[in-house]
Design a protein around this ligand. Sequence first.
Ligand code: NAD
Length: 479
Amino acid sequence: MKAQKGAIRALTTHYIDGAFVESHGREVMDIIRPTDGQLIGRVTLADEEDTRRAIAAARRAFATYGRSRKEERAKLLRQVHDATSARFDDLTAAMVEEYGGVVQFAGLIVQSGVNAFMAAEKALQEIPLTRSWDKTTVTLEPVGVAGLITAWNANALFICLKLASAVAAGCTVVVKPSELSALQTRVLLEALHEAELPKGLLNVVTGRGDVVGAELVRNPDVDKISFTGSVGVGETIMRDGAATMKRMTLELGGKSPTIVLDDAKLEEAIPKALGMAFLNSGQACAAGTRLLVPKKSFEAAKRAIAEAMRAFPVGDPADPKIAVGPMVSHKQYERVQSYIRKGIEEGAEVLVGGEGHPKGLEAGYFVKPTVFVNVRNDMTIAQEEIFGPVLSVITYDTEDEAIRIANDSKYGLHAAVLGTNVQRARRVAAQLRAGRVVINGMTDDPQAPWGGFKYSGIGREYGQYGIEAFLETRAILDA
Ligand code: NAD
């Protein structure tokens, strides 16, 4: 589906058993462009019946694909990589239009998604699927049919990551993309269709979480759920999945700390810290939304922040110079506004930004990138995930206090340490209760695990860790 400017697109099909099939569900949802609030499409949502058909197709396909060998899985991963690479520009354009992701970041997200298939192929080669000693043989078996449920903030990446691990493990899948990502999913799906996967390996049903998602979670023919989304929904999935003993990977929220150590050069550290805070317009689970600076550097840090903000202009996400785009929806716009108001009510001071739309951007769901100073870590804006470009600056006296504040959060997904002495930064990093800690800037490694401590989730994605989450062990013992 090429983006047709001005035309309202209608999506009425789901992808089941290797074909696009008309929706059994009849509910229609509008697709709204976040830059101007205009209607750009309509999607017919799946119901429980569509979901059950998709699960049945995945179950049938598992009978064969579940017995596949490494070579076959590796070949499919290469095919999928090639097919998705060919649609790189369309995938990026869809993320910019439907979600409002800034093109400079959307391109990176799509690239990571496409790369996930080659990363999974590499990781698969390194996992011994059979190990033997004495009279014992242990094999790693695919867990079965997996339900993959995604969030809207990087929908294509999440589908690619989960699908890559599942294919590498020998699983078949039913994807429930975010209902706010129907156009992006369609472009990805067209690419995946070209990859000529075995029929029924991949099924995609777009629908509501409490309809399609809930059916995946309760259906006994689904063995595993891999979910990316909010803590609240993660709790529901874990509770409801217990009835059918579902295996679970839950990638949930974050309130990530960025610690600026007292040996950091502020003119380098602060722009990096803002980059992590405003990542994906602040709609990122890993966004570094708590900035911890030494008390003695507070005034200098404020000046450095005011200066560095010039590199974060808000506006049209299709413009490569723009760093912060609109929020995904009116609801998300209102959510961010309510947190900015809460921060002011609780006594934090607005250093930059504040309530309302940026001037000239009143039509869309744009918010002002906002930095609060004089924040205490027990304030709502420092404890709750806002999911918008709102940064809380908190001061500390000693390194130990910085570590204590960083860990004083229900979340533990991501963290950053910025400083000149790398050994010292690593020592601090090793004391942070987070699934990933980056030193001196945001970076990625597709073989390094991704996932959270505490309320940030259960299990890991990426590389061997991601594939293992779709495997069961079986031991065979000779007498
Ligand atoms: P959400 O929890 O509202 O929705 C996520 C998905 O779950 C959607 O597809 C939704 O339809 C579905 N869902 C809703 N109710 C369901 C139910 N009862 N059963 C099954 N599925 C259901 O989250 P969101 O608003 O789409 O995304 C934002 C959240 O995702 C943030 O909290 C963010 O931190 C988190 N997130 C985490 C990661 C990570 O890797 N840890 C990455 C991105 C986003």
